[in-house]
Design a protein around this ligand. Structure first.
Ligand SMILES: Nc1nc2c(c(=O)[nH]1)N[C@H]1C(S)=C(S)[C@@H](COP(=O)(O)OP(=O)(O)OC[C@H]3O[C@@H](n4cnc5c(N)ncnc54)[C@H](O)[C@@H]3O)O[C@H]1N2
Ligand code: MOO
Length: 416
């Protein structure tokens, strides 16, 4: 039997705020540098060394006393005896007296006495004596100790996300491990009796399971450690047992399906019994039916997304992402947004905010405003457009039509 209950829809903002109430940023952990990619620093990083650590050569060439080359020219080159060869890594290069020079390689320590480097291209390349055909200045092609980073300087702030550049800086200042927020462990579970694992034969009425793959991928893109359990059918006991068994792996559980009004909406049925998960309707399209709360002895946060694939996708980016960001130690900011000009008209249900899959592109006219082309297929079950979409076009609750040429807000989906 259907149980009909009219529910007042809540706003997207209220739902995000309710979800954020479920989580706080966890304690820091020390991670090996290689494992820290994509995590967020829990403390500032102070450099124990200067960069460069010593004065060194910026070029392959000759370490000289600049004063020795005063007046050097193509017509009247200066000739200097070459008294040493200094490779990079030389622990103790011999000092160079005035009137002498040393061959030096890029990155090699500047010998005492020398105050400039002459690139090999300005010379005849001599190994015993070298002819140099132009003058130079003290400091030329010398990389000074500490000119990049002073010992004791803060090189990365707490809250910085470790990407390639940060990784380079950390290694360069000698860090082997870093204090970071632990990568959130996300368990993804889909429900539905009709679902079949991709790669297997499909029976009548069955469909391939796609949500858990999609949500797992999205959570991995957000820097999480994901355990995709796959899916279970609509048997309440199996759903609960599976969820309970998965809790040890989870900092947060994300399910899809079984949260609407159907008599087999098993997630809603099973979790409503727990009394710690609330089911609600959000004034949006797609993504209206949502559930959230905690389960198990450790009060593990759970977000139950609707089963329609496009609804699950949009729900992830609007609701799951901020939760994961807070767990990662980042600000739970929404997706960045831009104003763009619509290429075709769109419509939207009264009272629900639409998030239409769309392609954002550069300006078509000279006004510098980007364009946004809504996908043709906008049904909650039509996931083909997800492959190309790079934005979610927002149509406010009170707006039911927007003409071509109108300016609209577009949420920019993460780069893939
Ligand atoms: N009488 C009403 N019916 C529905 C309402 C409503 O308000 N009143 N809401 C509709 C909306 S909006 C949505 S969204 C869906 C959400 O339903 P559920 O969360 O209960 O999801 P299911 O019924 O399990 O599935 C919906 C749809 O999505 C397909 N699906 C589910 N899981 C997967 C998966 N892992 N991979 C691929 N496809 C999946 C499923 O086969 C269904 O077609 O409810 C509407 N109904
Ligand atoms: O709101 Mo449902 O999420 O349209 O498809």
């Amino acid at each position: 039997m259907y149980t009909i209950r009219k529910v007042l829809m809540k706003s997207v903002e209220q739902h995000i705020s309710d979800l954020l109430g479920l989580v706080s940023t966890p304690e820091a952990t020390e991670l090996d540098l290689l494992k820290a990619q994509g995590t967020v620093l829990a403390a500032p990083i102070v450099s124990p060394v200067s960069l460069p650590g010593f004065d060194n050569s910026a070029m392959d060439g000759y370490a000289v006393h600049a004063a020795d080359l005063a007046g050097a020219s193509a017509e009247a080159p200066v000739s200097l005896p070459v008294v040493a060869d200094i490779p990079a890594g030389d622990p103790d290069p011999a000092a160079i007296r005035p009137g002498l020079c040393a061959r030096i390689m890029t990155g090699a320590p500047l010998p005492t006495g020398a105050d400039a480097v002459v690139p090999v291209e300005w010379t005849d390349g001599g190994a015993v004596d070298v002819r140099i055909d132009r003058p130079t200045r003290p400091g030329s092609f010398v990389r000074r100790r500490g000119e990049d980073v002073e010992e004791g300087a803060t090189v990365l702030r707490a809250g910085a996300r470790i990407g390639a550049g940060e990784m380079g800086v950390l290694a360069a200042v000698g860090r082997r491990s870093v204090p970071v927020r632990p990568r959130p462990r996300v368990v993804v579970l889909s429900t539905g009796e009709e679902l079949v694992e991709p790669g297997r034969p499909l029976g009548p009425g069955q469909i391939y399971e796609s949500n858990s793959y999609m949500i797992a991928a999205a959570a991995r893109d957000e820097g999480c450690e994901v355990y995709r359990h796959g899916f279970v059918g609509d048997d309440p006991a199996t759903v609960w047992d599976t969820l309970e068994g998965l809790l040890v792996r989870a900092d947060v559980v994300v399910t899809t399906g079984g949260v609407s009004m159907g008599v087999y909406d098993v997630v809603k049925e099973v979790l409503t019994r727990q009394g710690t998960v609330e089911f609600t309707q959000v004034a949006m399209q797609p993504g209206k039916p949502q559930g959230f709360g905690t389960i198990g002895p450790d009060k593990t946060p759970i977000l139950t997304l609707p089963g329609n694939p496009v609804s699950a996708f949009v729900s992830f980016h609007l609701f799951v992402r901020p939760v994961l960001r807070r767990l990662r130690g980042l600000q739970p900011n929404p997706l960045p947004s831009v104003r763009a000009r619509l290429t075709t008209p769109v419509s939207s249900p009264q009272g629900r905010r639409s998030y239409l899959r769309a392609v954002l592109a550069g300006p078509a006219a000279g006004d510098g405003v980007p364009t946004v082309a809504p996908a043709v297929r906008q049904g909650s079950h039509q996931l083909s457009a997800l492959a190309d979409a790079n934005g979610l076009l927002v149509v406010p609750e009170e707006v039911t039509e927007l003409p071509a040429g109108a300016l609209a807000e577009v949420l920019v989906l993460p780069d893939r």
